[in-house]
Design a protein around this ligand. Structure first.
Ligand SMILES: [Fe+2]
Ligand SMILES: [Fe+2]
Length: 205
């Protein structure tokens, strides 16, 4: 009997724009993580600028750090580590060398650097934030150049559907009512006042 075709449930937030392919799904996550990275860098610039840092700015930083913990690590990294990489390894990509090893190593490094940022939250934190954001930027670029071509090369349509089912299960397991759309709105809300704080700077996002 043929194996039943897996079905991909809607995202927990009921988003109507849930991507239908693995690469499109990860690209969407990467776009949001990049916007949050810009917001984090803006926060860092404010925290290290002369003058008082008000309560609202500290709250922005805390919300951003929560985003990286809950979404970038809790959901996005988990999708890659628990759903995508096992599927690629099952399809013949070596587990202990090359891009797979590099992704796992960088995820660990990012967790350590985020912990350093969090530990220094009560004081100016430009250096650990810069270390963290630079690592993320490099990592997103590296995955887009090295990991995504492996998805195209190694995953057939049925495997890709199974990975997408895994993605939705990880999002559901996170139990975060915000879902992708909620995180997206949250980052938008955090970016808007940061733009007001830097009216003379061109928005890079
Ligand atoms: Fe990653
Ligand atoms: Fe990624």
């Amino acid at each position: 009997m043929p194996e039943p075709k897996p079905t991909v449930p809607a995202s927990p937030a009921g988003s109507t724009a849930t991507p239908s392919g693995v690469i499109a799904d990860l690209v969407r996550d990467h776009g949001l993580i990049l916007r949050a990275t810009v917001a984090l860098e803006r926060c860092a610039a404010r925290l290290t600028a002369p003058g008082e840092v008000d309560k609202r700015e500290r709250e922005h930083l805390a919300l951003l750090l929560g985003f990286f913990r809950d979404f970038a690590e809790g959901i996005h990294d988990a999708k890659e580590e628990e759903a995508l990489i096992p599927a690629l390894v099952g399809a013949g990509v070596p587990a202990d060398t090359g891009i797979v090893r590099e992704i796992m190593d960088v995820h660990l490094q990012a967790t350590e650097r985020l912990a350093r940022v969090t530990a220094k939250r009560a004081e100016p934190a430009l250096e650990p934030i810069a270390d963290y954001s630079e690592l993320l930027r490099q990592h997103l670029r590296a995955e887009e150049h090295s990991l995504f071509p492996l998805v195209e090369r190694f995953l057939d349509p049925a495997s890709e559907q199974r990975v997408l089912v895994g993605f939705r299960q990880i999002e559901a397991r996170a139990g975060d009512e915000r879902g992708y759309d909620g995180f997206d709105r949250e980052i938008g809300r955090l970016l808007a006042p940061l733009d007001q704080l830097y009216p003379d700077r061109k928005r890079p996002w």
